[in-house]
Write a protein that binds this ligand. Structure first.
Ligand code: ZN
Length: 83
């Protein structure tokens, strides 16, 4: 059975960014402050509205500079971690 390919919209990605909370690496009692969505072309990435090729989607924390890949954030949200 063919799986429906998910095409992310920028609005959806913004919602994800707002929901995602993770302990910040540099500030032990802080929460990562994710910047705007960023992406580049990558075969292992996701389809995003307006882009023909798959994109590697990520958000950079302004405190610790960690780059949170979208898949990693989604996994955290699924696990119910620190939302
Ligand atoms: Zn951080």
């Amino acid at each position: 059975m063919e799986t429906q390919k998910k095409i992310w919209t920028l609005a959806e990605l913004e919602e994800i960014r707002k929901k995602a909370k993770a302990e910040c690496w540099k500030k032990r009692n802080g929460i990562c402050n994710l910047g705007p969505v960023e992406m580049y072309e990558h075969e292992g990435g996701e389809f995003v509205e307006g882009y023909k090729e798959k994109q590697w989607v990520y958000f950079t924390c302004s405190h610790c500079n960690y780059q949170w890949a979208l898949w990693k954030i989604l996994r955290r949200l699924e696990e119910g971690a620190r939302i």
